[in-house]
Write a protein that binds this ligand. Structure first.
Ligand code: UT7
Length: 324
């Protein structure tokens, strides 16, 4: 028996905001955004739209493609920093809406790395109990934390959620290794100050504390270094070398980071999955949304050795190796 990806799904708000739309509300332009990031448009939730509105359809697609129903789920892990509410967790909200009555549900707060962190936990649970069916979700409604007056962050992010069901089977898309890492000493490079216990909501709450703050250039350097390191670690633990990798599904934070990763791993760009142009950076959503689109297009072929790698606030980073 191997731990395998049984099925994937994803969903995003219908509302699409282009760079040209942003030009009308802030001092930016399509040329800068495309050249510096590769982003052309992103999905942005409308008022009232929330995490579970997209996590539930993503999970339902993943279940249907797995040949399972919600009642078969033993565990739901949601990598998100933007659940519907602080309590209950996003995973518990999704559990109720799916009707996954026997599942244990919890969130993983690892910013962009939430989905692969979830895969890592699922992988280890399955090694203890191969009978489990585990739903791993990753994604955000990050737009609620964007300051539309801050062009250095507002143009970068978007909303989307992806999901995968994992279980132990004799055949399938085999999860060979998952590795993770973090460095809390660098937490101030990418953060949201409120609404935790340090800066709670009071009647004097400064709305600025609700917004994502990022030191982009510094994050850029750490992103490349740590994604390369954790990818090499995941490949070593899978007993594979980078030469054997045939497809890469990287975090979609910046096209220049994606291209530098491809260069580091000596891979042509047609072996690297890219959808940043249509989604922007959806934080914990980038990897599962990309995995779902790669799985349901001709990008992934049977026998591919797939490397997925991610990086985000915390700082956190992770990589997974899958034999497709
Ligand atoms: O998912 C979590 C991980 N996140 C990441 O990995 C993000 C990593 N960082 C990045 O992707 C890039 O650093 C950014 C895309 C955030 C920024 O790109 P950059 O090439 O590092 O630009 P910069 O911040 O150094 O800014 C260069 C110039 C500045 O103008 P001056 O000071 O040179 O006159 C900015 O004010 O670009 C200006 N600028 C903009 N111009 C037009 C910054 N944002 C914009 C904008 N439109 N939206």
């Amino acid at each position: 028996m191997y731990n395998v990806i049984l099925g994937t799904g994803s969903a995003a708000p219908d509302n699409v905001v282009t760079n040209h739309d942003l030009e009308k509300i802030m001092d930016t332009n399509d040329e800068w955004i495309v050249q510096r990031t590769g982003i052309k448009s992103r999905h942005i939730a409308l008022p009232g739209e929330k995490f579970s509105d997209f996590a539930v359809p993503a999970a339902q697609q993943a279940l249907a493609r797995s040949g399972l129903v919600a009642a078969d789920l033993d565990m739901i892990l949601a990598g998100t920093m933007t659940p519907d509410q602080l309590m209950p967790s996003g995973a518990c909200t999704v559990q109720a809406l799916l009707g996954a009555d026997k599942a244990t549900a919890m969130d993983i707060c690892a910013a962009c790395s939430g989905f692969i962190y979830g895969l890592s936990i699922a992988d280890k649970y399955l090694k203890c109990d191969p009978s489990l069916n585990i739903l791993v979700i990753g994604g955000e409604i990050v737009s609620h934390h964007l300051d539309w007056d801050d062009r250095t962050t507002a143009v970068l992010f978007g909303d989307a959620v992806g999901a995968a069901v994992v279980g132990a089977r004799e055949t399938g898309h085999r999860l060979l290794a998952v590795e993770t890492g973090s460095n809390g000493n660098l937490g101030d490079l990418l953060y949201i100050e409120g609404t935790g216990s340090k800066t709670p909501v009071t009647k004097d709450f400064d709305i600025d504390n609700n917004y994502i703050k990022m030191r982009g250039r510094e994050i850029f350097k750490h992103a490349i270094k740590n994604m390369v390191e954790v990818s090499n670690r995941a490949l070593a633990s899978a007993g594979k070398t980078v030469d054997q990798v045939t497809k890469i599904i990287p975090h979609q934070a910046n096209m220049r980071i994606i291209e530098m990763l491809a260069k580091q791993f000596k891979k042509p760009m047609d072996e690297v999955f890219v959808n940043i142009d249509r989604y922007g950076n959806t934080s914990a959503g980038t990897i599962p949304v990309a995995l779902n689109e790669a799985a349901n297009s001709d990008f992934l072929e049977p026998g591919d050795l797939v490397l997925m790698t991610v990086f985000g606030g915390g700082l956190t980073w992770a990589a997974a190796v899958i034999e497709w």
